[in-house]
Every structure is written in structure tokens, then in C-alpha cells.
Design a binder for this molecule. Sequence first.
Ligand code: ADP
Ligand code: ASP
Ligand code: MG
Length: 406
Amino acid sequence: MALIVQKYGGSSVADSEKIKNVARRVAKAKDEGSQVVVVVSAMGDTTDDLLKLAYQISEQPSDREFDILLSTGEIVSSTLLAMALGSLGYKAISLSGAQAGIHTDSSYSRARILRVDTKRVVSELRKGNIVIVAGFQGVTGKRDITTLGRGGSDTTAVALAVSLGAEICQIYTDVEGVYTADPRLVPQAKKLKEIGYEEMLELATYGARVMHNRAVELGWLYNVPILVASSFSDSPGTTICKEASMEVKNKVRGIAHDTNVAKVTVVGVSDHPGIAAAIFEPLARANISIDTIVQNASINNITDLTFTVARSDLLKAMSIVEPVVKSVGGKQCVTDSTLAKVSIVGTGMQNTPGYAARMFRALYEHGINIQLITTAEIRITCIISEDRVTDAVRALHQAFELEKET
Ligand code: ADP
Ligand code: ASP
Ligand code: MG
């Protein structure tokens, strides 16, 4: 019997009526003859609310307690969906991440899945149950609860699809698929019929939150097709798969934007070997991702070093960097949390000149100042002021004629 994994995001399970709607959709998949595993996110803004609550209680909540707290959101929605399916006359059971065998490392708030022990899920499926798994969470070897990072329920779903040998992982959300840009920012954005893993991974990593980037990475690694579609309509959605059609290859495929960006400038450090390592090694040990790094040309052997981190990591990053900068005789650290990233992504950009120039011109024509630039094989990213991000995404969408995408 075919096995499918479906995932429903927070807005799809935001209230009891929506949970009943999801239950009907899950029941339909079961009626069509599949074994069904469902991963759910927390209802609506529950995760944000829990997060705020933690910070009302403590300025620096314990990592361990914080993860247990956040994991409860998904437990609530999984139990309610199991009850809704029960009321429709279907056998269903909810499992927490730990019960579903999602084993992770112990990096709280950003835990990585080490393995999935599918025994319990398989045995429940064999009993004829629809299995509802609480997304976004796992358990360490010491039985402590972890969470996988914001948006991580997608990764739970793909990890289960991989481990159970599912034929597809279906991600149901509040938009009808993956668009050429966030449709909430660009009304002209076009839904893509399909997109390759590589392009989707780059878009997701640079802010297209419709998919968690690690979910795309897993799908790519194990070649599991991922469908992104709406939980509110029967529109066909977007398939993320190995090879997008040949004729759509030679293009910019999408624009991503991200406002979770902060810039740190280390002012007046001496320009000699070992300084960069002294600054970036402790950040790496603390699991803080650094994105763009720029070192200015030095004057009298003194230089400035600028890098970006996620805004949500800024406080932690500064608590690490400031003492290091002092210890190596640096002058000061200056931060800016009013920035955003805009990126153009497409495999067609590989080895083809002209894309960067077109991007810079489009931003210039809209009076948008570029503060930093990074490039990769299939992506160019500009760091700009946050208050111009909507204009920038729209300008780039138009400049690369993405509204003509079919
Ligand atoms: P869920 O709660 O279902 O996981 P998310 O809010 O995480 O949903 O992701 C869906 C949102 O992603 C959409 O509402 C949309 O605003 C945003 N988004 C950003 N970029 C894109 C894109 N390129 N295509 C579609 N949606 C996008
Ligand atoms: N509920 C978590 C979040 O809001 C995980 C998810 O929705 O995927 O980030
Ligand atoms: Mg999401």
C-alpha cells in the first residue's frame, strides 16, 4: 500500500474549524487507499505566543526549558487533529516527536535530526491508524526534548518521508505553491509548476519561508519529491524535484527576501594572521551562522571587518565577539539591525555574465542603496535597508520579467 506523508502548517490548523478541514483532507487521502502519516505545526501564532511568554518570565530563558515549552504547541494540534479524525470515524493516534522516534543532537532551538526510529510509527500504521506526528521537535540521547528551528515541521515531515520510504511528502500551507517571489509582497508573482531542489534550497535559505531549507536539503539528498500546495484549495501546487524542465533552466527562477538580518562591524583591528580566526571560531562553536563577511583594505595595518548574522542571533553573537575584539586590541563593535537581504536565484545564472549588473541597475533605478553584496553559483544577494525591501523585491521581479513565468 502506498504511504504518503502530509504536513499542515500553523495557519492550516489555526482554529477548530480549520483542524476539522484538515481532518477531512487527511480522511480523503486515507479513503483513496494510502497509509497516511501527518505532521502538524502549532496552531496559528502559538509558537510566537509561547516564545513571548518565556521572555516575559525571564530575559535569558534556559535553553532546555525553552525547547520543552515551544514543543507543546505542536502537541496540542496533533492531539486535536487525532480527535477530529476520531469524530469522523477514522482510527488515528497522535505521537510527540520523541514517541515518533525523531532523535536529534542536543543543540537546543536548532537541533539536527540524527536518525528516525520508525518502529512505533510503522506499528501504528499496521494497526490501521492514521499517525499524527507533532512537528518541529525531537529527543536527545539523554531523553531531553529539542526543537529543530523555526519552520522546522517541514523538516520533520521530510525526515519521516525519507525514513518510511514514502512516495511523496506533501507540504500543505496557506499559499498554493512556490511562487517566483513571496505572493504577499508581489501580487504579480507566478506559481511555479516545478522547481529543482538546488534552486528551492537557495530560495529557502535566503528567506522564502514557504519551505524550511533543511527539509529541502533532506529531500534532495534522498530524492524524495516534495509537493507544496494549499490546504484550503485543490489547486495543483508546486513539485520540488530533481530536474526542472529544460526550458525553464536558463533563467532567474525566483526572488527571496529576508528581514532577519543584522550587521556587525568590528572597527580598528590589526591586520595580521589569526584575527579572523579569533573572531569567527568562537561564533562557529556557538553554532552561529555567519553570512556575508567583508574585510576592508587596511590602513597602517588597521582594518575593519563586517559580517552579518541572523537578527535573532545578534545578542548572542555580540556577547561572544565583544570580549574577543577587546582582547585583540580592536576599537569597538558597531551593529545595525535595520537591514534586509534580497536575492535572485536561478541555475541559469551559472557561468552567465550580466545578471549582477541587471540586479544592481534595477535597485539603483529605484533609489535603493546596496550595503553589501555576496554571490554564489546560482545566487546573488544584496544587503539593503529593511524599509526598502518590498520595493526591492518588486523591482527585481519586474527587471527579470518573472511575471511572464508560466
Ligand atoms: P506554514 O505555517 O504553512 O509552514 P509559512 O508561513 O511557514 O507557512 O510559509 C508560507 C508563507 O511563505 C506564505 O504565506 C508566504 O507569505 C511565504 N513565502 C515566502 N516566499 C514565498 C514564495 N516564493 N512562494 C510562496 N510563499 C512564499
Ligand atoms: N511552530 C514552529 C514555528 O512556528 C514550527 C513550524 O511551524 O514549522 O516555527
Ligand atoms: Mg513553515
